[in-house]
Design a binder for this molecule. Structure first.
Ligand SMILES: Nc1ncnc2c1ncn2[C@@H]1O[C@H](COP(=O)(O)OP(=O)(O)OP(=O)(O)O)[C@@H](O)[C@H]1O
Length: 225
């Protein structure tokens, strides 16, 4: 589903954040991207979401070469990708329900169907009883779950997450990772950037390791110890 072909990324005025990166992620696979701070993890995810463009090389998603993607087709591609961030980017003055509903408003889904999907997403993350609350009244782990519900409400084929457990205590972090694994169980492709090696090892999924923008290891799930 995702293929990086010799992808390099240089930010204006910066050094190379990614250097000739090549790897593939199959449909339905769940993998982690890890590496030191500044290794290029966030950059890799941003390139997939078309929030940044490569300086060189090609990224192919579902057979679509992103360099040839017409500007007007970018929103459609983005709608197929659910994104989860460390600081969840919730609107704090809107209810949990309204936050989760947001991607469906952009996608023009009819109201009754919207309500059904929002509740299904909230149920999936265990927050059905919280729909009227403001995010500020929820714990950090619950807020992250709202962010995940929002990411999956439009039923994306691909879920990408940037340090989704960065602000959580270890027990909550495990629960959030298990939630991602459940999305993989129902066919979603999942790619998670994390520097939390103990947690990654526990999940027993493929691990792609970056070092100064280069891929230095690609460990298959069966080999993760
Ligand atoms: N918008 C930007 N402009 C210039 N340089 C950037 C920009 N974003 C990232 N960089 C640089 O690119 C390199 C890779 O950054 P990136 O955020 O992808 O790493 P990371 O592995 O996600 O790090 P962290 O774990 O600290 O979030 C770093 O040297 C960073 O300073």
């Amino acid at each position: 589903m995702i293929r990086f072909e010799q992808v390099s990324k240089r930010y204006p005025g910066g050094h190379e954040a990614l250097v000739q990166l090549s790897f593939e992620l199959a449909d339905g696979e769940m993998a982690f991207v890890t590496g030191h701070s500044g290794a290029g993890k966030s950059t890799l995810l941003k390139l997939i979401a078309l929030l940044e463009r490569p300086s060189q090389g090609e990224i192919v998603i579902d057979g679509q070469r992103l360099s040839r993607l017409h500007r007007r087709n970018i929103p459609k591609l983005r709608r197929g990708i659910g994104m989860v961030f460390q600081d969840h980017h919730l609107l704090m003055d809107r209810s949990v329900y309204a936050n989760v509903e947001l991607p469906l408003l952009i996608g023009a889904v009819p109201p009754a169907e919207r309500a059904r999907r929002v509740r299904a997403a909230l149920e999936k993350v265990g927050l059905l009883d919280y729909e009227r609350q403001l995010p500020g009244s929820l714990s950090a782990g619950e807020q992250q779950r709202v962010g995940i519900a929002r990411a999956i409400v439009a039923r994306p084929a691909l879920l990408i997450a940037d340090e989704p457990t960065g602000n959580l205590d270890p027990q909550l972090a495990v629960e959030i990772m298990q939630l991602f694994a459940e999305f993989q169980d129902v066919g979603t492709t999942v790619l998670i950037a994390s520097h939390d090696l103990p947690l990654i090892k526990r999940m027993k999924r493929r691990v792609v390791v970056l070092d100064h923008g280069r891929l230095i290891a690609d460990v298959a799930a069966a080999e993760v110890q």
